[in-house]
Write a protein that binds this ligand. Structure first.
Ligand code: CP3
Length: 342
Protein backbone atom coordinates (compact mmCIF):
# COMPACT_ATOMS: atom_id res chain seq x y z
CA UNK A 1 0.00 0.00 0.00
CA UNK A 2 1.25 3.46 -0.91
CA UNK A 3 0.31 5.59 2.13
CA UNK A 4 1.87 8.67 3.74
CA UNK A 5 0.08 7.71 6.99
CA UNK A 6 1.67 4.25 7.09
CA UNK A 7 5.03 5.67 6.00
CA UNK A 8 4.99 8.02 8.99
CA UNK A 9 3.92 5.25 11.37
CA UNK A 10 6.82 3.21 10.01
CA UNK A 11 9.17 6.15 10.68
CA UNK A 12 9.91 6.85 7.01
CA UNK A 13 10.55 10.44 5.89
CA UNK A 14 7.73 12.22 4.05
CA UNK A 15 7.37 15.76 2.65
CA UNK A 16 4.43 16.66 4.93
CA UNK A 17 2.66 15.27 8.01
CA UNK A 18 -0.22 12.89 7.28
CA UNK A 19 -3.65 14.05 8.46
CA UNK A 20 -6.84 12.43 9.77
CA UNK A 21 -9.31 13.49 12.46
CA UNK A 22 -10.69 11.76 15.51
CA UNK A 23 -14.45 11.22 15.10
CA UNK A 24 -14.21 11.98 11.39
CA UNK A 25 -16.58 9.15 10.42
CA UNK A 26 -19.68 10.52 12.14
CA UNK A 27 -20.72 13.91 13.36
CA UNK A 28 -19.73 16.71 10.97
CA UNK A 29 -20.28 15.38 7.48
CA UNK A 30 -23.54 16.37 5.73
CA UNK A 31 -23.29 13.04 3.87
CA UNK A 32 -23.35 11.27 7.28
CA UNK A 33 -26.22 13.43 8.57
CA UNK A 34 -28.21 12.50 5.45
CA UNK A 35 -27.70 8.79 6.16
CA UNK A 36 -28.67 9.37 9.81
CA UNK A 37 -32.04 10.74 8.68
CA UNK A 38 -32.81 7.33 7.19
CA UNK A 39 -31.00 4.93 9.52
CA UNK A 40 -30.31 4.77 13.27
CA UNK A 41 -26.75 4.64 14.54
CA UNK A 42 -27.18 0.93 15.37
CA UNK A 43 -28.54 0.23 11.88
CA UNK A 44 -25.51 1.93 10.34
CA UNK A 45 -23.16 -0.16 12.47
CA UNK A 46 -24.99 -3.39 11.81
CA UNK A 47 -25.02 -3.23 8.03
CA UNK A 48 -21.62 -3.92 6.42
CA UNK A 49 -22.59 -1.91 3.31
CA UNK A 50 -23.63 1.14 5.34
CA UNK A 51 -20.83 0.91 7.91
CA UNK A 52 -18.25 0.63 5.12
CA UNK A 53 -19.80 3.56 3.31
CA UNK A 54 -19.71 5.76 6.46
CA UNK A 55 -16.13 4.71 7.23
CA UNK A 56 -15.00 5.88 3.78
CA UNK A 57 -17.02 9.13 3.64
CA UNK A 58 -14.23 11.29 5.12
CA UNK A 59 -11.77 9.98 2.52
CA UNK A 60 -13.99 11.34 -0.25
CA UNK A 61 -15.43 14.40 1.52
CA UNK A 62 -12.35 15.65 3.38
CA UNK A 63 -9.39 14.02 1.63
CA UNK A 64 -7.87 12.65 4.85
CA UNK A 65 -4.99 10.16 4.69
CA UNK A 66 -6.62 7.32 6.67
CA UNK A 67 -10.07 5.91 7.44
CA UNK A 68 -11.19 4.93 10.94
CA UNK A 69 -13.61 2.10 11.39
CA UNK A 70 -17.19 3.25 12.01
CA UNK A 71 -18.02 1.62 15.34
CA UNK A 72 -17.97 2.59 19.02
CA UNK A 73 -15.85 1.92 22.09
CA UNK A 74 -18.91 0.69 24.01
CA UNK A 75 -19.24 -2.43 21.87
CA UNK A 76 -16.84 -4.30 24.17
CA UNK A 77 -18.93 -3.82 27.36
CA UNK A 78 -21.98 -4.69 25.28
CA UNK A 79 -20.27 -7.97 24.45
CA UNK A 80 -19.81 -8.44 28.22
CA UNK A 81 -23.58 -8.61 28.57
CA UNK A 82 -24.39 -5.02 29.54
CA UNK A 83 -27.29 -4.29 27.18
CA UNK A 84 -26.22 -1.21 25.20
CA UNK A 85 -28.63 1.25 23.66
CA UNK A 86 -27.78 4.42 21.71
CA UNK A 87 -30.48 6.90 22.71
CA UNK A 88 -31.11 10.52 21.64
CA UNK A 89 -29.22 11.65 24.74
CA UNK A 90 -26.27 9.32 24.19
CA UNK A 91 -25.38 5.70 24.86
CA UNK A 92 -26.78 3.95 27.91
CA UNK A 93 -26.43 0.45 29.38
CA UNK A 94 -29.55 -1.31 30.62
CA UNK A 95 -27.51 -2.93 33.41
CA UNK A 96 -24.94 -0.38 34.67
CA UNK A 97 -22.55 -2.05 37.11
CA UNK A 98 -23.46 0.30 40.00
CA UNK A 99 -26.60 -1.82 40.50
CA UNK A 100 -24.71 -4.90 41.61
CA UNK A 101 -22.89 -5.97 44.77
CA UNK A 102 -20.38 -8.14 42.88
CA UNK A 103 -20.49 -6.62 39.40
CA UNK A 104 -17.62 -8.71 38.01
CA UNK A 105 -19.94 -11.73 38.19
CA UNK A 106 -22.39 -10.00 35.85
CA UNK A 107 -19.91 -9.92 33.00
CA UNK A 108 -20.48 -12.83 30.66
CA UNK A 109 -18.79 -12.78 27.27
CA UNK A 110 -21.08 -12.88 24.26
CA UNK A 111 -18.81 -12.87 21.21
CA UNK A 112 -21.73 -12.72 18.81
CA UNK A 113 -22.05 -9.01 19.69
CA UNK A 114 -18.68 -8.34 18.03
CA UNK A 115 -18.96 -10.24 14.78
CA UNK A 116 -20.66 -7.42 12.87
CA UNK A 117 -17.50 -5.33 13.34
CA UNK A 118 -15.42 -8.00 11.58
CA UNK A 119 -17.95 -8.19 8.75
CA UNK A 120 -17.74 -4.40 8.45
CA UNK A 121 -13.93 -4.53 8.21
CA UNK A 122 -14.16 -7.17 5.46
CA UNK A 123 -16.56 -4.97 3.50
CA UNK A 124 -14.41 -1.82 3.92
CA UNK A 125 -11.37 -3.69 2.66
CA UNK A 126 -13.36 -5.00 -0.28
CA UNK A 127 -14.59 -1.60 -1.47
CA UNK A 128 -11.87 0.88 -0.42
CA UNK A 129 -9.34 2.44 -2.73
CA UNK A 130 -6.20 0.27 -2.51
CA UNK A 131 -4.16 3.06 -0.88
CA UNK A 132 -6.58 3.88 1.94
CA UNK A 133 -5.29 2.54 5.26
CA UNK A 134 -7.86 1.47 7.86
CA UNK A 135 -7.53 2.29 11.57
CA UNK A 136 -9.20 -0.09 14.04
CA UNK A 137 -9.79 0.84 17.68
CA UNK A 138 -11.21 0.07 21.07
CA UNK A 139 -11.67 1.99 24.31
CA UNK A 140 -8.95 2.29 26.94
CA UNK A 141 -9.51 0.40 30.22
CA UNK A 142 -10.36 3.43 32.39
CA UNK A 143 -12.68 5.03 29.84
CA UNK A 144 -14.58 1.80 29.24
CA UNK A 145 -14.72 1.01 32.99
CA UNK A 146 -16.17 4.50 33.65
CA UNK A 147 -18.95 4.07 31.10
CA UNK A 148 -19.81 0.65 32.54
CA UNK A 149 -20.77 2.29 35.83
CA UNK A 150 -22.64 5.22 34.32
CA UNK A 151 -26.31 5.08 35.18
CA UNK A 152 -27.43 8.10 33.19
CA UNK A 153 -26.56 9.10 29.62
CA UNK A 154 -25.77 12.69 30.60
CA UNK A 155 -23.41 11.91 33.49
CA UNK A 156 -19.83 12.60 32.42
CA UNK A 157 -18.41 13.01 35.94
CA UNK A 158 -18.14 9.24 36.35
CA UNK A 159 -18.06 9.63 40.13
CA UNK A 160 -19.76 6.26 40.65
CA UNK A 161 -16.98 4.49 38.77
CA UNK A 162 -14.16 6.27 40.58
CA UNK A 163 -15.84 5.75 43.97
CA UNK A 164 -16.08 2.04 43.13
CA UNK A 165 -12.38 1.89 42.19
CA UNK A 166 -11.40 3.29 45.58
CA UNK A 167 -13.88 1.32 47.67
CA UNK A 168 -13.71 -2.06 45.89
CA UNK A 169 -10.18 -2.50 44.54
CA UNK A 170 -10.32 -6.27 44.15
CA UNK A 171 -13.67 -6.26 42.30
CA UNK A 172 -12.36 -3.37 40.16
CA UNK A 173 -9.32 -5.42 39.26
CA UNK A 174 -11.52 -8.33 38.16
CA UNK A 175 -13.60 -6.04 35.96
CA UNK A 176 -10.51 -4.46 34.40
CA UNK A 177 -9.10 -7.94 33.75
CA UNK A 178 -12.29 -9.11 31.98
CA UNK A 179 -12.35 -5.94 29.95
CA UNK A 180 -8.69 -6.27 29.01
CA UNK A 181 -8.99 -9.92 27.98
CA UNK A 182 -11.92 -9.22 25.69
CA UNK A 183 -10.32 -6.04 24.31
CA UNK A 184 -7.20 -8.01 23.37
CA UNK A 185 -9.25 -10.67 21.63
CA UNK A 186 -11.32 -8.00 19.85
CA UNK A 187 -8.25 -6.02 18.76
CA UNK A 188 -6.53 -9.16 17.44
CA UNK A 189 -9.62 -10.07 15.44
CA UNK A 190 -9.59 -6.61 13.89
CA UNK A 191 -5.96 -7.26 12.91
CA UNK A 192 -6.88 -10.65 11.46
CA UNK A 193 -9.54 -8.97 9.33
CA UNK A 194 -7.04 -6.50 7.92
CA UNK A 195 -6.73 -3.18 9.84
CA UNK A 196 -3.39 -1.42 9.22
CA UNK A 197 -3.21 0.60 12.47
CA UNK A 198 -4.87 0.43 15.89
CA UNK A 199 -5.79 3.30 18.23
CA UNK A 200 -6.66 2.92 21.92
CA UNK A 201 -9.08 5.70 22.99
CA UNK A 202 -8.39 6.47 26.66
CA UNK A 203 -10.49 9.63 26.52
CA UNK A 204 -11.05 9.80 30.28
CA UNK A 205 -7.44 8.96 31.16
CA UNK A 206 -7.17 12.13 33.25
CA UNK A 207 -9.99 11.30 35.68
CA UNK A 208 -7.75 9.67 38.27
CA UNK A 209 -4.32 10.66 39.64
CA UNK A 210 -1.52 9.75 37.25
CA UNK A 211 0.17 7.42 39.77
CA UNK A 212 -3.09 5.52 40.18
CA UNK A 213 -3.49 5.31 36.42
CA UNK A 214 0.06 4.04 36.13
CA UNK A 215 -0.56 1.29 38.63
CA UNK A 216 -4.08 0.16 37.71
CA UNK A 217 -4.65 1.03 34.08
CA UNK A 218 -1.34 1.47 32.26
CA UNK A 219 -0.46 -2.27 32.47
CA UNK A 220 -3.86 -3.09 30.92
CA UNK A 221 -3.42 -0.51 28.14
CA UNK A 222 0.07 -1.83 27.51
CA UNK A 223 -1.20 -5.41 27.20
CA UNK A 224 -3.82 -4.45 24.62
CA UNK A 225 -1.41 -2.31 22.59
CA UNK A 226 1.38 -4.88 22.69
CA UNK A 227 -0.87 -7.73 21.59
CA UNK A 228 -1.52 -5.73 18.42
CA UNK A 229 2.11 -4.66 17.96
CA UNK A 230 3.28 -8.26 18.18
CA UNK A 231 1.28 -8.86 15.01
CA UNK A 232 3.28 -6.12 13.26
CA UNK A 233 0.50 -3.51 13.35
CA UNK A 234 1.48 -0.01 14.56
CA UNK A 235 -0.40 1.40 17.55
CA UNK A 236 -1.54 4.86 18.66
CA UNK A 237 -2.45 5.50 22.30
CA UNK A 238 -4.69 8.45 23.23
CA UNK A 239 -4.56 9.02 26.99
CA UNK A 240 -6.47 12.31 27.15
CA UNK A 241 -5.73 14.76 29.99
CA UNK A 242 -2.83 12.61 31.09
CA UNK A 243 -0.68 15.72 31.72
CA UNK A 244 2.63 14.85 33.39
CA UNK A 245 1.70 11.16 33.01
CA UNK A 246 3.04 11.44 29.45
CA UNK A 247 6.48 10.87 30.95
CA UNK A 248 5.56 7.20 31.46
CA UNK A 249 5.04 6.65 27.75
CA UNK A 250 7.89 4.89 26.03
CA UNK A 251 8.47 2.31 23.32
CA UNK A 252 7.38 -0.53 25.61
CA UNK A 253 3.84 0.86 25.52
CA UNK A 254 2.98 2.08 22.01
CA UNK A 255 4.40 3.37 18.71
CA UNK A 256 2.65 6.76 18.69
CA UNK A 257 0.85 8.80 21.32
CA UNK A 258 -2.06 11.08 20.48
CA UNK A 259 -1.70 14.36 22.37
CA UNK A 260 -4.74 16.24 23.74
CA UNK A 261 -5.34 19.94 23.06
CA UNK A 262 -4.54 20.85 26.67
CA UNK A 263 -0.86 19.91 26.28
CA UNK A 264 1.37 21.96 23.96
CA UNK A 265 2.86 19.60 21.37
CA UNK A 266 6.42 20.71 22.27
CA UNK A 267 5.73 19.86 25.94
CA UNK A 268 4.48 16.44 24.88
CA UNK A 269 7.63 15.99 22.76
CA UNK A 270 9.74 16.77 25.82
CA UNK A 271 7.81 14.41 28.14
CA UNK A 272 7.24 11.39 25.91
CA UNK A 273 10.19 9.11 25.22
CA UNK A 274 11.89 10.07 21.93
CA UNK A 275 11.31 6.63 20.42
CA UNK A 276 7.54 7.24 20.38
CA UNK A 277 5.96 9.35 17.62
CA UNK A 278 3.28 11.99 18.26
CA UNK A 279 -0.18 12.65 16.90
CA UNK A 280 -2.29 15.75 17.45
CA UNK A 281 -3.27 18.18 18.72
CA UNK A 282 -5.25 21.24 17.66
CA UNK A 283 -8.22 22.26 19.78
CA UNK A 284 -11.28 21.04 17.81
CA UNK A 285 -13.00 24.32 18.74
CA UNK A 286 -10.39 26.23 16.72
CA UNK A 287 -12.52 25.13 13.76
CA UNK A 288 -15.28 27.52 14.91
CA UNK A 289 -12.88 30.40 14.10
CA UNK A 290 -12.45 32.21 10.76
CA UNK A 291 -10.15 30.61 8.21
CA UNK A 292 -7.56 33.37 8.73
CA UNK A 293 -7.36 32.51 12.46
CA UNK A 294 -7.13 28.79 11.70
CA UNK A 295 -4.41 29.44 9.13
CA UNK A 296 -2.37 31.50 11.57
CA UNK A 297 -2.47 28.65 14.06
CA UNK A 298 -1.50 26.10 11.41
CA UNK A 299 1.43 28.30 10.35
CA UNK A 300 2.64 28.29 13.96
CA UNK A 301 2.98 24.49 13.68
CA UNK A 302 5.32 24.58 10.66
CA UNK A 303 8.56 24.60 12.70
CA UNK A 304 7.38 21.56 14.66
CA UNK A 305 6.37 19.81 11.44
CA UNK A 306 9.69 20.65 9.82
CA UNK A 307 11.69 19.19 12.69
CA UNK A 308 9.53 16.15 13.51
CA UNK A 309 9.03 13.52 10.86
CA UNK A 310 7.29 11.21 13.35
CA UNK A 311 4.20 13.39 13.68
CA UNK A 312 0.63 12.74 12.47
CA UNK A 313 -1.58 15.80 12.28
CA UNK A 314 -4.89 15.41 14.15
CA UNK A 315 -7.19 17.10 16.64
CA UNK A 316 -6.55 17.07 20.39
CA UNK A 317 -9.98 15.40 20.78
CA UNK A 318 -12.80 14.48 18.38
CA UNK A 319 -14.84 16.82 16.17
CA UNK A 320 -17.85 18.45 17.79
CA UNK A 321 -21.11 17.90 15.92
CA UNK A 322 -21.68 21.55 14.91
CA UNK A 323 -18.26 22.12 13.33
CA UNK A 324 -18.57 22.98 9.65
CA UNK A 325 -17.17 20.42 7.26
CA UNK A 326 -15.68 23.20 5.10
CA UNK A 327 -13.38 24.19 7.97
CA UNK A 328 -12.07 20.63 8.26
CA UNK A 329 -11.56 20.50 4.50
CA UNK A 330 -9.69 23.81 4.70
CA UNK A 331 -7.29 22.28 7.26
CA UNK A 332 -6.67 19.16 5.15
CA UNK A 333 -6.04 21.20 1.98
CA UNK A 334 -3.74 23.58 3.85
CA UNK A 335 -1.65 20.72 5.24
CA UNK A 336 -1.34 19.13 1.81
CA UNK A 337 -0.48 22.36 -0.02
CA UNK A 338 1.96 23.86 2.49
CA UNK A 339 5.70 23.61 2.06
CA UNK A 340 6.87 22.01 5.31
CA UNK A 341 10.56 22.64 4.47
CA UNK A 342 11.50 19.02 5.05
O1 CP3 B 1 -14.77 8.82 13.50
C1 CP3 B 1 -15.65 8.21 14.12
O2 CP3 B 1 -16.70 8.72 14.53
C2 CP3 B 1 -15.36 6.74 14.25
C3 CP3 B 1 -16.23 5.98 15.10
C4 CP3 B 1 -16.32 6.34 16.58
C5 CP3 B 1 -17.55 6.57 17.24
N1 CP3 B 1 -17.29 6.65 18.59
C6 CP3 B 1 -18.88 6.65 16.59
C7 CP3 B 1 -19.99 7.27 17.30
C8 CP3 B 1 -15.30 6.38 17.54
C9 CP3 B 1 -13.80 6.28 17.35
C10 CP3 B 1 -15.94 6.57 18.81
C11 CP3 B 1 -15.19 6.61 20.08
C12 CP3 B 1 -15.91 6.91 21.31
N2 CP3 B 1 -17.20 6.57 21.65
C13 CP3 B 1 -15.31 7.52 22.44
C14 CP3 B 1 -13.86 7.96 22.54
C15 CP3 B 1 -13.52 9.16 21.75
C16 CP3 B 1 -14.20 10.44 22.16
O3 CP3 B 1 -14.68 11.12 21.25
O4 CP3 B 1 -14.19 10.78 23.33
C17 CP3 B 1 -16.29 7.62 23.44
C18 CP3 B 1 -16.11 8.23 24.80
C19 CP3 B 1 -17.48 7.00 22.93
C20 CP3 B 1 -18.79 6.81 23.64
C21 CP3 B 1 -19.92 7.46 22.95
N3 CP3 B 1 -20.46 7.02 21.76
C22 CP3 B 1 -20.64 8.63 23.35
C23 CP3 B 1 -20.37 9.42 24.61
C24 CP3 B 1 -21.62 8.89 22.36
C25 CP3 B 1 -22.70 9.96 22.36
C26 CP3 B 1 -22.22 11.30 22.03
C27 CP3 B 1 -21.42 11.40 20.74
O5 CP3 B 1 -22.00 11.64 19.67
O6 CP3 B 1 -20.22 11.24 20.82
C28 CP3 B 1 -21.46 7.89 21.36
C29 CP3 B 1 -22.28 7.76 20.13
C30 CP3 B 1 -21.52 7.76 18.87
N4 CP3 B 1 -20.39 7.04 18.59
C31 CP3 B 1 -21.89 8.46 17.68
C32 CP3 B 1 -20.93 8.17 16.70
C33 CP3 B 1 -20.91 8.62 15.29
C34 CP3 B 1 -23.11 9.36 17.55
C35 CP3 B 1 -24.29 8.57 17.17
C36 CP3 B 1 -25.19 9.33 16.28
O7 CP3 B 1 -24.74 9.77 15.21
O8 CP3 B 1 -26.34 9.43 16.69
Amino acid sequence: MNSIFLDTLNKKDTDRPPVWFMRQAGRILPSYQALKKMHSFSDLMNSPELAAKVTLLPINDLGVDAAILFSDILIVPEALGMGLEFTEKGPIFSKPLTQFKNPSQQLIVDRSKLTHVYDNIDEIIKIRHENTPLIGFCGGPLTTFCFMFRGHARDVTFNDAIKFMYSNPSESKKIIDSLTELSIEYALKQVEHGIECFQLFETYGGLIPEEMYKELMLPASKRILNAVREKGIPTIYFPKNFGGGLKYINKDICDFVSVDWQTPIETARYLVDKSVGLQGNIDPRLLYADESVIEKHLESMIPFGRDNQDWIFNLGHGFLPDIKMEKAKFVVDWIKETNWNR
